[in-house]
Design a binder for this molecule. Structure first.
Ligand SMILES: *[C@@H]1O[C@H](CO)[C@@H](O)[C@H](O)[C@H]1NC(C)=O
Ligand SMILES: *[C@@H]1O[C@H](CO)[C@@H](O)[C@H](O)[C@H]1NC(C)=O
Ligand SMILES: *[C@@H]1O[C@H](CO)[C@@H](O)[C@H](O)[C@H]1NC(C)=O
Ligand SMILES: *[C@@H]1O[C@H](CO)[C@@H](O)[C@H](O)[C@H]1NC(C)=O
Ligand SMILES: *[C@@H]1O[C@H](CO)[C@@H](O)[C@H](O)[C@H]1NC(C)=O
Ligand SMILES: *[C@@H]1O[C@H](CO)[C@@H](O)[C@H](O)[C@H]1NC(C)=O
Ligand SMILES: *[C@@H]1O[C@H](CO)[C@@H](O)[C@H](O)[C@H]1NC(C)=O
Ligand SMILES: *[C@@H]1O[C@H](CO)[C@@H](O)[C@H](O)[C@H]1NC(C)=O
Ligand SMILES: *[C@@H]1O[C@H](CO)[C@@H](O)[C@H](O)[C@H]1NC(C)=O
Ligand SMILES: *[C@@H]1O[C@H](CO)[C@@H](O)[C@H](O)[C@H]1NC(C)=O
Ligand SMILES: *[C@@H]1O[C@H](CO)[C@@H](O)[C@H](O)[C@H]1NC(C)=O
Ligand SMILES: CC(=O)N[C@H]1CO[C@H](CO)[C@@H](O)[C@@H]1O
Length: 843
């Protein structure tokens, strides 16, 4: 089926959309395409119970076909012999006379047969029938009327979402740790919210991509979740999600027996503690009979856990496993994110990356059979590039669940476009070579490699109340792709993206090409303008994990060290001379990482401490690669706003504008990143950029060099996040300041794009106006709190640094440039510099 321009678009009538339906919009197909399709005459959903996913499937199909084809089909729950779409479980289908070919459906799998006017969607269970229905709807919505007959099974039984929603105290909205799209859809005021409409809608999105479970609260769990009011609330959440086949579980706080139960201990082997958790499990089961399980973070980041009581982590996990065992098939997901955050950098051999294997290696076989270990994809923490966590190679008797992150904690927090599946596939396709046998991570987490029943996927998604779910329409491709990859990890990341694009924005070739190109460039570009060669993201790890702050990596106990000094950089993780981490892999993989020569460039600094002048396989030195990559990555980000213009008029203005704003913002922030990292390492190494770009900005006018009235010069901290290491702010919190400069002989008469770099800090909405010779070029407001939905910092720094453009300005030597900044609240109209750019230059 060739993509066809939707009729509405052709007429220029594109209705505003707010993103709430994400990829399930069921937008009408053009009339001629509708006509060509053969849609059966009715829908038969072989279950009349409203809580049944099969019933839901029938309703969803009705809604979808009404939207896509303007056909109002009747839904019944008794089979007919006429033209119909029949949805049901294998049992229901065959017991009502349906015939199936030889198929081998696994849990949640489905059979989909589309033949002219007869469609059969048969699930191994009710959930499977719903998944098959969404697959059929996805084809219809994309105008794909191919006849098919196939079975589809998920790669792994566990395909979950984790939300890090905090059930904060009374009087607060539920905040979300590392959430960037407004407060929780689950919690407010220390309670479960009354109106759970968004919760059902979320479950619908999850079901449409084959996800079957959710942990609704933060791993740093609030004990009040377990009191009777909130238990009842959890029951309501489970009820809202059940028709979509999504099972609910919760995170537990290990210390609850003490804090909530008023016991003197939380020792996992203590009889009173065992009894206490047993009662909690019974209570939970009463409210949520199909309870999915519990997620436990213990002995991590100063939290209590079994080690506090001299018990093993397995003792801790089994405590919960035994408490829930009598109540069905619920599981314990025990997080492997256990490490000491107070390690000492003076010890060359100390290494946080070693922690997971050190803690868990000897526990293999000691966990009960309803426990799985949830392992982040890399050994540190969702960095832009990490090697695969070596723990995946060590748990042969306990199932592994890989933890991915849809919420872009370290990767631009949804203010930057970063399409993550290429990163995830690098991990999933990695061969651990355990016992010299092929051991792809995706075959380990499917349970196949070690023959385990329980294994799979969990992703931290962190949707919020914003109608865009994640804060940025484009970020939803990551959520969509997560579900698709958990179902079938060998799926191609580009075709997943194309499906998502057609469903989200329409089938126009220009839309698909534009989004595909930008998205596929986005992770490599992001890695380029943040942290290269496996050095990690180089963000502010002790702050919001957003803007650049490489010095935050070192000199603290968090163990995300770079060990950069004047001559050299990188962690020595070799066995022969370093932390021994490389020895945690199978012998073949370990040998590759042990040797600088065979370590891939993109992980060089993860494994080796080398001079800045070390030559890479590309022939460049480490430091020159840093400089070049930062210039290249930032240059790619500069093209995004322009690329996006190709879809103008092809999609609704509302979503077009929102995305355009973020891409423009990203382009500006990529320059902040570029300059901060390059300036930082130039300062540290004193090695000049071969191309002489670093520290050399021919078109800039520093704010601190302008003539100031009502403004004062400030030293920005960290220094590298301001051009020239300084900026300005108004001297008063209420009176406007003015900064003035006369254009010198660099600026011959011509047309320029004027860029202003300023700091949009929390706590106010300062107002700015820029003039050239008394003519106003425009105004702007420091209101990212409204436009990006959140503000990460109260200070001028790498998080708040941002850029705005005034394009096509006629200017000449002698012209007077003036900026008037009016402070507001705590925002003292801070400025960094102005770039007066001849056409085509970036500075
Ligand atoms: C239509 O859907 C089928 C089944 O998913 C798929 O194999 C085929 O590639 C699709 N066709 C197009 C043009 O996308
Ligand atoms: C119909 O759905 C309900 C709710 O999911 C389920 O309990 C029941 O077993 C289903 N009936 C059949 C015949 O599948
Ligand atoms: C469908 O057809 C079969 C045989 O052709 C017949 O036995 C059955 O009663 C029909 N069912 C309905 C609901 O019409
Ligand atoms: C498809 O169904 C229509 C309507 O039932 C029928 O007229 C047509 O012959 C069928 N075509 C094929 C190829 O089976
Ligand atoms: C449970 O905790 C919430 C605060 O999170 C509180 O509002 C509620 O009253 C508590 N319920 C009981 C029965 O203690
Ligand atoms: C754990 O063991 C250590 C050393 O054996 C001992 O000092 C400590 O008191 C023990 N802690 C608990 C809670 O039993
Ligand atoms: C780290 O170890 C060094 C050397 O043993 C010691 O001097 C220093 O006090 C330690 N630092 C901390 C924070 O414990
Ligand atoms: C969603 O977030 C955007 C900023 O990204 C904001 O403008 C909008 O008001 C928010 N909407 C809701 C309903 O929270
Ligand atoms: C070996 O480790 C020491 C620290 O113990 C370090 O100073 C040295 O640079 C390392 N040697 C090499 C070749 O990496
Ligand atoms: C990333 O940087 C490298 C090294 O400068 C360059 O070869 C590559 O093209 C860049 N890719 C992107 C997408 O920025
Ligand atoms: C002015 O704003 C700054 C920065 O937010 C704040 O620290 C200071 O307390 C404010 N001063 C007054 C007088 O409000
Ligand atoms: C501006 C700034 O902080 N510069 C630093 C550059 O690096 C030296 C050490 O090599 C520091 O002393 C400077 O403070």
């Amino acid at each position: 089926m060739r993509p066809i321009i939707p009729l509405l678009t052709a007429l220029g009538l594109v209705a505003a959309e707010n993103g709430i339906d994400a990829w399930l919009r069921y937008a009408a197909l053009p009339c001629d395409v509708q006509k060509a399709a053969s849609i059966p005459a009715g829908i038969v959903a072989l279950n009349g119970s409203e809580t049944s996913p099969v019933f839901t499937a029938g309703q969803e199909l009705h809604k979808g076909i009404l939207g896509i084809h303007h056909k109002d089909l009747v839904v019944t729950n008794t089979p007919t012999n006429g033209s119909s779409i029949t949805i049901g479980t294998v049992d229901a289908f065959t017991s009502t006379g349906g015939a199936l070919p030889e198929i081998d459906l696994k849990g949640d799998g489905f059979w989909l047969s589309i033949k002219n006017d007869s469609v059969q969607i048969v699930g191994q269970n009710e959930r499977g029938a719903l998944y098959g229905t969404f697959q059929y709807l996805s084809m219809l919505a994309q105008g794909n009327f191919t006849e098919v007959a196939y079975e589809s099974n998920p790669s792994a039984p566990i395909r979950w979402v984790n939300q890090w929603d905090n059930m904060d105290d009374t009087g607060t909205h539920g905040s979300i740790e590392r959430g960037y799209a407004g407060p929780s859809i689950f919690f407010a005021d220390g309670l479960i919210v009354e109106d759970l409409t968004r919760v059902s809608q979320y479950a619908r999105l999850m079901a449409s991509i084959g996800l079957n479970g959710i942990i609704v609260n933060n791993v740093n769990a609030n004990v009040n979740l377990l009191n009777s009011t909130n238990m009842a609330g959890l029951g309501r959440i489970a009820d809202a999600m059940r028709p979509w086949g999504v099972r609910m579980g919760i995170s537990l706080n290990f210390d609850s027996p003490r804090t909530l139960g008023k016991l003197t201990t939380a020792d996992p082997l203590d009889e009173g503690v065992i009894q206490w958790w047993g009662d909690i499990a019974t209570d939970l089961h009463d409210h949520v009979p199909d309870f999915a399980g519990v997620l436990v973070k213990a002995n991590s980041e100063s939290q209590p856990g079994p080690l506090t009581y001299n018990r093993t982590l397995a003792d801790g996990a089994n405590l919960f496993a035994r408490a829930i065992k009598p109540h069905g098939d619920a599981i314990v997901m025990f997080r492997a994110f256990v490490y000491d955050n107070k390690i000492n950098q003076t010890n060359w051999k100390a290494d946080r990356a070693n922690a997971a294997v050190d803690f868990f290696r000897d526990l293999d076989g000691k966990f009960d059979d309803n426990v799985v270990v949830q392992i982040k994809y890399g050994p540190i923490d969702f960095q832009v590039r990490e090697p695969v966590s070596p723990l995946f190679g060590h748990l042969e008797q306990t199932g592994s669940v890989i933890e991915l992150q849809v919420t872009q904690e370290y990767l631009g927090q949804q203010c930057h476009l970063v399409y993550l599946p290429p990163l995830w596939k690098t991990i999933l396709n990695f061969d651990m070579k355990v016992d010299n046998k092929p051991s792809l991570v995706r075959d380990i987490v499917s349970g196949e490699r070690f023959n385990q029943k329980l294994a799979g996927y969990a992703a931290v998604v962190n949707v919020g109340t914003n109608t865009t779910w994640l804060g940025n329409h484009l970020a939803m491709s990551n959520f969509y792709a997560y579900g698709r990859l958990a179902w079938e990890p060998t799926s191609d990341d580009v075709s997943i993206l194309e499906d998502w694009t057609r469903l989200t924005f329409g089938s126009d070739r220009a839309i698909i090409d534009t989004i595909t190109k930008m998205s596929m460039e986005s992770w490599p570009a992001h890695e380029n303008y943040t942290g290269n060669l496996g050095i990690q993201s180089l963000t502010d790890i002790t702050g919001p994990h957003y803007g650049p702050k490489p010095q935050s990596q070192d000199g603290n106990g968090w163990g995300q060290w770079t060990r950069a000094d004047a001559n050299s950089i990188g962690m020595d993780r070799t066995v022969w001379n370093g932390t021994g981490y490389s020895g945690q892999y199978s012998s073949e993989v370990a040998a590759m990482y042990e040797d600088v020569e065979t370590t891939p460039d993109d992980l060089l600094l993860w494994f080796h401490h080398v001079p800045y002048t070390q030559k890479l396989k590309s022939g460049k030195t480490v430091i020159q690669h840093f400089y070049d990559a930062h210039y290249d990555g930032a240059a790619v980000a500069q093209t995004f706003p322009k690329q996006w213009e190709a879809v103008k008029g092809l999609i609704d203005t509302e979503r077009y504008d929102e995305v355009a704003f973020r891409l423009e913002y990203q382009a500006g922030h990529a320059l902040v990143w570029r300059d901060a990292i390059n300036d930082f390492y130039f300062n540290m190494s004193s090695i000049k950029d071969e191309q002489d770009r670093v520290g050399n900005h021919p078109w800039r006018i520093e704010a601190e060099d302008m003539e100031l009235d009502g403004y004062t010069v400030i030293q920005v901290d960290p220094f590298e996040t301001a051009s020239g290491f300084h900026g300005i702010r108004t001297t008063s919190n209420t009176t406007a300041g003015t900064a003035t400069a006369t254009l010198d002989e660099r600026f011959q008469a011509g047309t320029y794009d004027i860029a202003v770099n300023y700091f949009d800090v929390k706590g106010g909405r300062a107002n700015y106006e820029i003039f050239l010779n008394n003519g106003s070029l425009g105004t702007w407001i420091g209101n990212h709190e409204d436009k990006l939905g959140y503000t990460p910092s109260s200070y001028p720094d790498g998080h708040s640094a941002t850029r705005i453009y005034f394009r096509g300005v006629q200017a000449a030597t002698g012209d007077v440039l003036r900026i008037v900044g009016r402070p507001d609240g705590g925002e003292q109209a801070p400025l960094d510099y102005v770039s007066v750019l001849p056409a085509g230059t970036i500075d």
